[in-house]
Design a protein around this ligand. Structure first.
Ligand SMILES: CCc1ccc([C@H](C)CC(=O)N[C@@H]2O[C@H](CO)[C@@H](O)[C@H](O)[C@H]2O)cc1
Length: 808
């Protein structure tokens, strides 16, 4: 196949124009005269995609030639965001494309509004996966992201005065120009059935599945920024095997039954589970997880065997990162493949498996740690349960040897929990991996001290921290072009986009009044674009999934107190404030949906209050997603990171907001602590109990009612809620706060209100505020996902970049 030269795609505007026209005519089958906006969008996307595909070809060749150590990122979620603007930037075709589409009578902006956002994730975990694959490519790390191509992504959210309603998100109903279906690489996945012994073998078994489905991959390109590398994310969708269509039933007129099997099969990748913190233990969810894992491991082995003989090199050439416990069944699946299908000895297979996997934990919430009923495993994955039992037996032997006679420790650490008998996926993840990491220093410390303390005592070296990061391309360069241009001008270079710590150079400009003025003007212009409220008001932003530990309810208590204060003393000079909430609640999470409904009621009440509305406005744009985040973040002045300390593993919105010059009001939780350490305590509004004080408060007995009794403003706010003035949802929120208050909202109320006073004082001094804003950006370069990837590459993956040659 050597020597077949590919015609290079031109770099000039004319050549781009020609390619666009030929795609319009020959691939879209229409003409300039009759081209619709959709035609133009599809054609432009294909023309840009071709240029990335060319780089992809060179990347694949370079990777094949160097036979490197590969990183495989297994994640049940990817929030990749809209693709067109990113790919225009990464292919360097922004300008020539704008020219070319103008000739078709469209503006790039028109076409970007048609761009789709594959909402294949819930929140933090899914977006982090997207930022990390972006940085792997930008750092020339040979890598593949594996995921599920859900037909229906995260639900579309409608906000009315009645709160949140959910609509299905058929994100690709008009097709997705950014993906490449690869049916040749489809895989076969089994479920249910039984196992049979293999004569003469202690460990090997034959698994006879009761149901077979096909996994069909399609991949999306993941270009690196400022480099030639283009990696891929490979997404699996479930397809029925031919055999599943029951022709006899069909010809007997039983149409529904005839396709029943097929529907069952395709249901596996039908919809994303919209929960981001409570495991519901649904069978279909475990089927999704095994489907992802089985397809991906077979694909990984196929790729390995393309370049390597035998198995000795497998763990040398392969590292598989498990994005939380969701893909953890991969550990048992690799053992099954190595022992049952490739007939390796158990110990050798285990040695390879343990060295191949690494696990990232993204939560501390006990209810978010997945456990599966043994009886479900028995039925759905009988062979895997046998393998997990054997892994557990050998593991407990090791614990017994180390802590002889400590039965309670054995019970605590066992992968199999008793009463009820559950498979503890986090325990399997720790036992079957080489490295376990949390996503911020406090989180990793609390993992070692609480949730996984027994394991940290047994294997201290296995536990690491890798603080999260965000892609500066999407969340600064693309989201905030005005600020990016000012930064580039101020630093005299745009190399900060690939080397974010260079933002330190902005520190000296914080003292430059004209620079500050331009910085302020850009923030104001971004606020005008967002059109959420008065651009001269303090734009106070809380954007994240709704969860009681994140404490949107505390923000509501603050808003109601401001409302009371303004009504009690209308004349007093106040800081006009626009409070912006955005985020989704899991559909079954009623307490969170009550808070959403309460916010809608409070917003409406204030809106129609002539005394208060000149000073206070609450807005709640619906359907928060990556694209909306890119609009809100550049316009934010104040970043609300007010979770109960010890509950937010890291947070990544906090990083995006700080890098765009928003100042954080927050607790000593997750990455807030590292942000404060880097920007300086004088440039951060800190309040509340820290993680240990919060834990002790609960242990020593916490009586929320006492705070109600001793704080008149708090009592007034809770009484207003309790009175029904803000609807039943408000009454329910008040009673849960007054009775149990799981996340110590009332305990932190006064400290929070006092801190908000400091915010208003700082806001009054605009030069001081702007200095603080510039210094937040200047000192947050550390929170680039490029640095996060460099940490994983050096301390966990032990991989080296593979440069991809230019197309000279
Ligand atoms: C089983 C249901 C379920 C689904 C998703 C999850 C995710 C782990 C939740 C999640 O998104 N966690 C967030 O991960 C971010 C990236 O590391 C962190 O920045 C956030 O603090 C953490 O809440 C837990 C449980």
């Amino acid at each position: 196949r050597q020597g077949i030269g590919l015609r290079k795609l031109g770099k000039t505007a004319e050549e781009f124009q020609q390619d666009l026209l030929s795609n319009l005519y020959y691939r879209r089958g229409t003409t300039v005269e009759s081209a619709s906006a959709r035609d133009a969008y599809e054609t432009l996307s294909q023309t840009v995609r071709d240029r990335l595909a060319e780089r992809r070809a060179r990347t694949a060749a370079a990777h094949y030639a160097s036979n490197p150590r590969w990183v495989y990122y297994l994640s049940a979620e990817y929030l990749l965001g809209a693709q067109l603007e990113q790919n225009l930037l990464y292919s360097g075709t922004g300008e020539i494309a704008a020219e070319a589409v103008k000739a078709l009578g469209f503006s790039i902006e028109d076409l970007e509004d048609l761009d789709i956002e594959p909402g294949l994730g819930n929140g933090g975990l899914g977006r982090l996966a997207a930022c990390l694959v972006d940085s792997m490519a930008t750092r020339d790390i040979p890598a593949v992201g594996y995921g599920i191509r859900y037909d229906l992504g995260i639900f579309r959210q409608i906000i009315t005065e009645n709160g949140q309603t959910e609509l299905p998100d058929d994100w690709a109903f008009q097709g997705n120009p950014w993906e490449f279906p690869a049916p040749d690489d489809r895989q076969t996945v089994g479920f249910y059935g039984h196992t049979e012994p293999v004569p003469g073998s202690q460990t090997r078994k034959v698994w006879v599945p009761g149901e077979i489905v096909l996994g069909e991959p399609s991949h999306m390109l993941v270009p690196g920024y400022g480099t030639e590398t283009v990696n891929i994310v490979r997404l699996w969708s479930a397809k029925a095997s031919e055999a599943s269509f029951d022709l006899s039933r069909f010809s007997a007129g039983q149409y529904a039954e005839a396709v029943q099997e097929a529907v069952r099969a395709e249901n596996i990748s039908k919809v994303l589970y919209p929960d981001d913190s409570t495991e519901l233990g649904r069978e279909l969810r475990l089927k999704q997880q095994y489907f992802l894992v089985s397809c991906s491991l077979r694909d990984i082995i196929r790729r390995f065997r393309l370049r390597n003989e035998g198995w000795d090199g497998f763990a040398e050439k392969t590292v598989i990162q498990l994005n939380d416990t969701h893909p953890t069944i991969a550990i048992a699946e690799l053992m099954r493949l190595l022992v049952d299908e490739y007939e390796l000895e158990w110990d050798r297979a285990w040695e390879i498996t343990r060295k191949t996997f690494a696990y990232t934990c993204h939560t501390l919430l006990p209810e978010a740690l997945e456990t599966w009923p043994v009886h479900l495993f028995e039925r759905l994955l009988p062979r895997h349960l046998e393998i997990i039992y054997l892994i557990n037996m050998l593991f407990l032997r090791e614990v017994e040897a180390r802590f002889p006679g400590d039965d309670d420790r054995l019970r605590r650490m066992s992968i199999i929990g008793e009463e009820p008998r559950m498979v503890r996926m986090a325990h399997l993840a720790v036992v079957g991996t080489e490295a376990v990491n949390g996503v911020a220093e406090l989180h990793s410390k609390l993992l070692r001290e609480t949730v996984l303390d027994d394991f940290a005592e047994l294997w201290p070296a296995k536990f690491q921290n890798v603080t999260n990061g965000i892609s500066p391309r999407r969340f600064v360069r693309i989201a905030n072009p005005r600020l990016s241009d000012l930064i580039t001008e101020g630093l005299g270079t745009d190399t900060w986009i690939r080397d974010l710590e260079r933002l330190e150079g902005l520190e000296r400009l914080a003292d430059d009044a004209s620079f500050r003025e331009r910085w302020q003007a850009i923030k104001r212009a971004n606020k005008v674009d967002l059109a959420a409220g008065d651009p001269d008001s303090l734009t106070d932003v809380m954007i994240k999934r709704f969860h009681e530990y994140k404490r949107q309810q505390l923000k509501v208590l603050h808003v109601i107190t401001l409302y009371h204060r303004i009504r009690q003393d209308p004349g007093r000079d106040r800081v006009p404030r626009t409070v912006l909430f955005a985020g989704k609640a899991a559909p079954a999470y009623h307490a969170a949906k009550d808070i959403i409904r309460l916010i809608a009621t409070v917003a409406a009440t204030i809106e129609k209050d002539p005394v208060v509305s000149p000073y206070l406005k609450v807005v709640f744009p619906s359907n928060y997603n990556v694209t909306l985040a890119e609009k809100i973040i550049p316009a934010a002045d104040l970043s609300e990171q007010i979770s109960l300390a010890g509950k937010e593993a890291s947070g990544t919105g906090n990083m995006k907001l700080a890098l765009n010059g928003a100042i954080t009001i927050g607790t000593m939780d997750g990455a807030n602590i590292e942000i404060r350490a880097r920007v300086g305590e004088e440039n951060f509004f800190l309040f509340g109990l820290d993680a240990y004080e919060a834990a002790n408060a609960r242990i020593n007995g916490y009586f929320p009612h006492r705070y109600y009794e001793h704080d008149p403003e708090l009592r007034a706010a809770l009484d207003a809620l309790g009175s029904g003035a803000f609807g039943e949802s408000g009454q329910r929120v008040a009673s849960s706060l007054m009775s149990w208050d799981e996340y110590l909202t009332l305990a932190d109320f006064r400290s929070y209100l006092d801190c908000q006073e400091q915010v208003e004082q700082a806001w009054h001094d605009r030069e001081r505020w702007t200095r603080m804003s510039i210094l937040n950006t200047a000192h947050c370069g550390f929170f680039s996902s490029d640095r996060t990837i460099a940490d994983y590459a050096a301390r966990i993956w032990r991989v080296a970049p593979v440069p991809v040659p230019h197309d000279d």
